[in-house]
Design a protein around this ligand. Structure first.
Ligand code: SF4
Length: 287
């Protein structure tokens, strides 16, 4: 629960506020960009919601915040916001919304796969979301991009019997069911490929669904300011040179969506995405 006494001074006056516990994960700024803004190393409210859409977006940001750093002075009926997650992105791909502090607010995704639902990375294990996912058919498998964004994987495994997959080099938990190794891509489903992408961590992988959706964890994201695909040089924990090689290998694949844990998602026509990826590789080599 956010604390009004800790309200950041940069918040404009009014109902919604961010308190000083904000960890600057960016989730609220993605979910409600007209309400929340970046003040350098945290977020604050720069515009109080006026329209119904803005109000719903602010409420969705409030419940998505991993540290409960967003609050409101008045009591709100949150039922619409709670029912909004998982929220549809496109086709059968959803964003889970409820982020976890242990994943530093990384986004996770749900695929309503014909063989059973798949979670890509782990959201916060919280009642309203778990209930909604149960109503959508539960979770058959969890594909974990890397060791940092696993959050409440154990609870989802216990609740739904989900089989977890993570590359062996990032598998810090002996109880994980499937731990592929090596650098070759692995077909986890007929339309879903696990592609090892060492760099951010040694065992980082991305997941390609139907040659259309690429779930990139912390390997690749969109920078809306520079309008470019980027990798996080300052958050490369294993090897930048390996991450460049991993990025180059992605040039062999077709996809239209980049859906990251951290950073912004993007949809582009496949040819433009390929060109942007080439530009990203060239940029990485200058860093
Ligand atoms: S979602 Fe919460 S922790 Fe993340 S930037 Fe917004 S207020 Fe800060």
């Amino acid at each position: 629960m956010a604390n009004a006494a800790l309200r950041i001074p940069d918040n404009v006056p009014g109902d919604f506020f961010v308190d000083s516990t904000c960890i600057d994960c960016d989730a609220c700024r993605q979910i409600a960009p007209t309400v929340f803004y970046d003040i350098g190393n945290q977020s604050a409210v720069h515009h109080q919601p006026e329209s119904d859409d803005e109000l719903l977006a602010a409420q969705k940001a409030l419940i998505a915040c991993p540290t409960a750093s967003i609050g409101s002075i008045t009591k709100h009926d949150m039922s619409r916001a709670l029912a909004a997650y998982p929220e549809l992105i496109a086709d059968d791909v959803y964003r889970c919304g409820f982020t976890s502090e242990s994943s530093f607010g990384a986004f996770s995704y749900l695929v309503r796969h014909r063989h059973g639902n798949i979670l890509i990375d782990s959201p916060r294990f919280t009642g309203p979301l778990v209930k909604r996912i149960a109503a959508m058919g539960g979770v058959r498998r969890m594909f974990l991009t890397h060791q940092d964004d696993v959050a409440d994987h154990e609870k989802f495994h216990e609740r739904f019997g989900a089989e977890r997959v993570i590359h062996r080099d990032d598998a810090r938990w002996r109880t994980i069911e499937i731990k592929p190794e090596g650098s070759d891509p692995i077909a986890l489903e007929s339309d879903l490929l696990m592609i090892p992408t060492p760099g951010h961590t040694k065992g980082h992988s991305v997941f390609l669904y139907r040659d259309e959706f690429l779930f990139t964890g912390d390997h690749l994201a969109w920078d809306p300011d520079d309008e470019a695909l980027i990798a996080f040089r300052g958050a490369c924990w294993y090897s930048w040179s390996e991450q460049i090689k991993s990025m180059e290998r992605l040039l062999d694949y077709r996809f239209e969506w980049v859906l990251p844990g951290h950073g912004r998602p993007i949809q582009l026509p496949a040819a433009r995405m390929h060109a942007e990826l080439e530009r990203c590789v060239a940029w990485m080599k200058t860093r």
